[in-house]
Design a protein around this ligand. Sequence first.
Ligand SMILES: *Cc1c(COP(=O)(O)O)cnc(C)c1O
Length: 380
Amino acid sequence: MKFNTKTIHGGQQNIDPAYGSVMPPIYQTSTYSQTTPGGHKGYEYSRSANPTRTALENALASIENGKFGLAFGSGLAAIDAVMKLFKPGDEIISTNDLYGGSYRLFTKIFEGLGLKFHFVGMQDSSKIESLINTNTKLIWVETPTNPMMSIIDIEAVAAVSKKHNLILAVDNTFATPYLQQPLELGADIVMHSATKYLGGHSDVVMGSLVVNDKGLADKLYFIQNAIGAIAGPMDSFLVLRGIKTLHIRMQRHCENGEKIAHFLRSHPKVDKVYWPGFEDHPNHEIAKKQMSGYGGMISFTTKENSLKGAVSVVEKLKVFTLAESLGGVESLAGHPASMTHASIPKEEREKTGVVDSLIRLSVGIEDEEDLISDLKQALA
Ligand SMILES: *Cc1c(COP(=O)(O)O)cnc(C)c1O
């Protein structure tokens, strides 16, 4: 099955033998009757498994070209489950430019529980190698990075990870499997905030993991069930519904993203534009190699280069909504330094380019003319 067909049918056999409903029913139930102790139809209790969640988990595995999918109550709950594979003293090497909430989880929760994190720019994989020792267990990659839109070569990092017998996890939230398939490039775990493009309609918070290795899947399933940060049936239904249009939404996000990136770049008041589709983007060649398009996420700074200037632009937008989050059908604008990345100390975030004047756009699937005229009036 090819990708566009998978978004609609992947992993969806044997749904609803009762009435043949085309969409899996929302099994809004906590428990399942048994004819005799242990005599059930595969479902006992909805923390352990729920048929609507199973349908979604199979779809997630299918679109990521993996064998096992797991759905969690949020993206951070999915990351939390990965970190619980490890024990005090274990070390993790992570991208230095990453989602603020991931950084907070690593430094404020897991460092306190004894894990050690190294944050590093991963453009040069020898930098990763120099940090590896006998305690190193995991490499955590986010690409494109949030919000600076740097691209990390997943195959190159996978080679380092394999050489040292580590686990490689990739946060694929920004690219989605429509643009990039980390398991094919050598990753062991692919993680999503399904809140974003997979759900796609800004109406649900959810996370997911997909893996190929049965042993790793069993461990993660054990953690998911033991801790209980699962996705509910209604939310599972919504994300399953979202996935069915992922390919056409992403196609339009990419088209609009490209036009807006070029518009911003030619605007006299705009200074830097960060978008991996530009031929002079420092990692453009890697993006071209591992992604099939460049997506709808764009960051930029204005020439005025001040907090006040950036705030005034985002406040003036009318079609773009000033809001946290990304990946929905509607265009959103954010101010990373005071919103999504406020949990990263100023000094740390400025090292990676998250300055006070940076604005991040999640370009939606509206008419491009309306988006461009909105940006024009806000920048005027
Ligand atoms: C939003 C986001 C997360 C966290 O996911 P939640 O669903 O908000 O818990 C993790 N990584 C990236 C790249 C994100 O954008």
